[in-house]
Design a protein around this ligand. Sequence first.
Ligand code: ZN
Length: 65
Amino acid sequence: MDRYVCDACGWVYDPAVGVPEQGIEPGIPFDELPDDFECPECAAGKDEFSKEEWTSPGAAGDEKL
Ligand SMILES: [Zn+2]
């Protein structure tokens, strides 16, 4: 599942972890969070989040020669 990053403060929503302090259990994709979900750090709404881009060097599957 994809992780999403808060554009405002950099907090990351990780579906594998959820947001226990907001009652959001692990295993819920970002798309299925309630529309009133807010960043626990800065209270930004879902539309402030962006899908995390994976840029780690050496990751398989996206090599360019
Ligand atoms: Zn935030």
